[in-house]
Design a protein around this ligand. Structure first.
Ligand code: ADP
Length: 342
């Protein structure tokens, strides 16, 4: 018959405890002798040491298991539980290892599906963009009157079609950018850039649209020269454009959009403030989610895809930066992004 170490230790501890009790009985109850008292004290100490050893034998493997589970929780599935002191613990270790292996294979499968989804999205978006751009140019030619004059109603109808087509092209463009982010090849062209110059060109790009919508668009120069940042210029431009574009898009005529800068020793950033429709408080937590659009924007019939901010967040975070906002419905919004100085 085999006894586990725990069983043997428990029996020895019990015997020692019994011996101590008897020794105490003789030492204190009947005849008080110093040797008996010593035996009792030594026995009690031996029991204490055995109990300590037993608990250490249980606690340290538990701590090992806890640290492994912590790694698994962080998505590191390479780790496994090694040999454990008792049979029960060994069984627990084997069960945990089986669970980790299962999680590892599920995670691999998910990654494969994700990769396929991204490849499909990328392919579909590329295929769709070409005909949409062709439609755009054809509509442009007709609207410019190069194929004969149009009646007012014909022109209005074609202008609406043109706007919808533009929306589709933007959506496809955003989808392509998202697939690029997901493919992990996003930050390809890093260079040191002056964020102020970048913003000035973006604001200039939106000047006509702003004046058409009777919005005052201004850019406040920084109080002192800004340090350059190491970024993928094209991508950061997309992110800032998304903030400026949104500010104009969601601000009613007569409003104001202001771009400004801030910096400290660690980061440099851009703020885009507007006096627009704002974002309802209860929806603010979801604003950077893919395809999410606030109800007030939808109610006003504002066209959008719900991808611009998701994209901006991905771009900024891929640079190790942060993006956030403060907004109040009917009052306006203040969107900010900050990039680290390396
Ligand atoms: P889109 O503008 O194409 O819908 P975005 O991802 O850029 O997508 O924005 C998501 C949503 O956030 C918008 O639909 C709108 O509801 C809200 N939003 C973004 N910027 C502003 C802003 N400056 N003012 C008010 N609402 C905004």
């Amino acid at each position: 018959m085999r006894f586990s170490l725990q069983f043997v230790v428990s029996v020895v501890a019990l015997l020692l405890a019994l011996a101590s009790a008897v020794a105490f009985y003789f030492a204190i109850g009947r005849e008080f002798t110093i040797p008996l008292l010593l035996v009792a004290v030594v026995n009690l100490e031996a029991v204490a040491i055995l109990v300590f050893l037993m608990t250490r034998g249980i606690i340290s493997p538990l701590q090992r298991i806890r640290s492994i589970m912590g790694k698994v929780g962080e998505g590191d599935f390479r780790t496994r539980v090694g040999l454990l002191p008792t049979q029960e613990m060994q069984e627990l270790g084997l069960a945990l290892n089986a669970m980790i292996s299962h999680l590892e294979s599920v995670s691999e499968k998910e990654k494969r599906v994700d990769r396929l989804r991204t490849e499909f999205l990328s392919l579909a978006a590329h295929q769709l963009r070409t005909p949409l751009v062709e439609v755009k140019w054809a509509l442009q030619v007709i609207l410019d009157g190069e194929r004969g004059t149009l009646s007012a109603t014909q022109k209005e109808l074609l202008q609406k079609t043109y706007a919808s087509n533009e929306g589709m092209i933007t959506l496809i463009g955003n989808l392509l950018d998202i697939t690029k982010i997901e493919e992990g090849k996003y930050l390809s062209n890093l260079s040191l850039v002056q964020i102020e110059d970048m913003c000035v060109s973006i604001v200039e790009l939106h000047a006509e649209e702003a004046s058409r919508q009777k919005i005052t668009l201004e850019i406040l120069p920084p109080p002192e020269p800004l340090p350059k940042v190491l970024v993928d210029e094209e991508k950061i431009k997309l992110a800032i454009q998304s903030l400026v574009g949104n500010a104009i898009h969601y601000t009613p005529p007569g409003g104001r959009v202001t771009a400004s800068f801030f910096s400290d020793t660690k980061e440099v950033g851009v703020a885009v403030q507007d006096t627009g429709i704002g974002i309802p408080k209860e929806e603010q937590a979801r604003i950077f989610e893919q395809f999410f659009r606030a109800t007030n924007a939808k109610k006003l019939g504002k066209i959008g895809t719900g991808l611009g901010l998701y994209l901006a967040k991905n771009i900024v975070e891929a640079h190790g930066g942060r993006i956030w906002f403060v907004s109040e419905e009917h009052k306006g919004s203040d969107f900010r992004m900050a990039l680290p100085l390396r």
